[in-house]
Design a protein around this ligand. Structure first.
Ligand SMILES: *[C@@H]1O[C@H](CO)[C@@H](O)[C@H](O)[C@H]1NC(C)=O
Ligand SMILES: *[C@@H]1O[C@H](CO)[C@@H](O)[C@H](O)[C@H]1NC(C)=O
Length: 487
């Protein structure tokens, strides 16, 4: 007796009916899987306002392929342009002596931070030129501060009356003008947004109430987030200023479920991990962990290294000296360390109050672009390799990519080796099926190394034939590897 017959006997139902019921059940569960899969593909999966559900959303592919973005900190702090973008806090929150001395020496008594607002004039601001500089850097996305901790909005927010770019200063929608110019390039447009505001009375009231009230959230933060998403459709929302309260106060999971389910950018938007003091490196989209996070080892969750060309400040400051700016060699090194370990690099420049990108920043950006125009193959849409850096030679960083025939291993050489001999411990001689240098048409030869690896004889070229000036990439063809994702 089959188990269906047994079940039929026990329930006093004909075997046929039992079988029919089983087929129906099977059909229904198959249909559920089909509906689920097509839902995932067409983006109709609904996310719940819980971290478990939100964290399960796959990061849109464009972000991991992009690898390199430009960060811009621009606000009223660009007017004093002294110290850093934390000017207001350092001066009137912390009462730091150098800030108080700077104000005494240069401004009339009684001058307030709000008095800087009218001087945020942006008279030389040419969004088309900015878009050109940004695109020429090779960056695939840009993230502009829509609002920093000072609360001043670069767009005409209804919820920041008389403390926004349209009402005070330039009289322009600075944000909207850049969004339009960027959309004419292949760079994606993103926005930074500070959840908290140092001195907003509604925020300070909620804080005094130990975050048991939500006046600031209801009357300022949530309406502003809706404004920037609905009006400017940013494809990155880079939250910050979250660290004083848990995500439950910021209502982050409710905002994100709307963003992922129903917003105009639901299919392509990416977000970071600064959504509450329990969130960093734990919840949200890509991880930023700390500012300038650059762990030097593979991280198995998509992450981003946000850092600044001016080592000490995100906002423009006039008191920077030449040695405060990273050199192009150091910036390329940071890019390749980051990308080799699975990260994206978000590199910051601070524009001036009158709307310029200072020539030193422009030069760094254009130099990045020159290098990437030769070596971008090792960067864009690459994946981490088995090894992130070489085991024998310092300053060699690996990335990889596959086509139908080969897995290509890219070794970026940051320091040219003595005698043109490059020792690579990470590459097995039996795996090498071909080798070239990106941007150079001559031959590259190699021999086996004892006890392991290979020794590459780098080509000697005259300066005119050099593919680039700052770092060089070997492209090594190896047998197709099935394991393409190491994170
Ligand atoms: C959080 O967001 C939800 C959904 O948008 C809303 O209904 C709720 O009122 C918000 N809570 C607070 C405290 O603002
Ligand atoms: C590879 O990188 C790690 C992490 O930065 C470092 O500790 C190690 O020394 C590097 N290896 C070499 C040979 O430079």
């Amino acid at each position: 007796m089959s188990w269906e017959e047994l079940l039929g006997k026990m329930l006093r139902i004909p075997v046929k009916v039992i079988r029919l019921a089983l087929y129906c059940l099977l059909f229904l569960s198959v249909m559920e899987v089909v509906v689920y899969i097509s839902g995932v593909q067409s983006g109709t999966v609904r996310y719940k306002p819980t971290w478990e559900s939100l964290d399960s959303r796959p990061l849109p592919d464009w972000y991991d392929d992009a690898k390199f973005g430009i960060f811009m900190h621009w606000g009223v702090y660009s007017v004093p342009s002294y110290g850093s973008e934390w000017f207001w806090w350092n001066w009137q929150g912390q009462h730091k002596v150098d800030y108080e001395a700077f104000m005494r020496a240069n401004y009339r008594p009684g001058f307030t931070y709000a008095d800087f607002g009218p001087d945020f004039t942006a008279e030389f601001y040419k969004p088309k030129h900015w878009a050109n500089v940004i695109a020429s850097s090779g960056a695939k996305y840009v993230v502009l501060t829509s609002k920093h901790h000072e609360g001043y909005t670069l767009w005409p927010s209804k919820y920041s009356w008389n403390w926004n770019a349209k009402d005070v200063g330039s009289g322009r929608d600075l944000l909207g003008d850049l969004a339009r110019a960027i959309r004419k390039t292949d760079v994606r447009f993103g926005l930074y947004f500070s959840l908290y505001e140092w001195f907003n009375p509604l925020y300070l009231l909620d804080k005094k109430n130990r975050f048991q009230t939500s006046q600031y959230i209801d009357l300022v933060m949530t309406p502003q987030l809706s404004e920037i998403v609905n009006n400017y459709r940013p494809e990155v929302i880079w939250a910050d200023g979250d660290w004083e309260a848990f995500s439950s106060y910021w209502n982050s999971t409710n905002f994100l479920s709307w963003l992922y389910n129903d917003s105009p950018v639901k299919d392509t938007v990416v977000t970071n991990d600064r959504w509450g003091k329990e969130c960093r490196c734990t919840h949200g989209g890509f991880y930023t962990c700390d500012d300038r996070y650059n762990p030097g080892h593979l991280v198995k969750h998509k992450w981003e290294n946000c850092m600044t060309i001016d080592k000490l400040s995100w906002g423009y400051r006039r008191d920077a000296s030449l040695s405060d700016y990273f050199t192009i060699e150091e910036l390329i090194k940071t890019l390749m360390e980051t990308v080799s370990c699975g990260g994206n690099l978000l590199m910051n420049v601070g524009p001036t109050h009158d709307g310029r990108i200072a020539p030193i920043f422009e030069e760094r950006l254009r130099d990045m672009g020159k290098w990437l125009s030769v070596n971008g193959e090792a960067v864009y849409a690459s994946r981490p390799w088995v090894h992130q850096n070489d085991s024998v030679t310092k300053d060699v960083w690996y990335t990889s990519k596959s086509d139908a025939t080969y897995t290509y291993v890219y070794a970026t050489i940051l320091t040219w080796p003595l005698g043109n001999k490059l020792q690579l411990g990470g590459v097995r001689p039996s795996d090498v099926k071909g080798m070239e240098m990106l941007g150079y048409s001559g031959k590259v030869s190699w021999t086996e190394r004892v006890p392991e690896g290979i020794v590459v004889t780098l080509p000697t070229f005259s300066p005119a034939d050099a593919p680039c000036q700052w770092a060089w990439v070997l492209k090594i063809s190896t047998p197709l590897s099935r394991k393409l994702r190491y994170y």
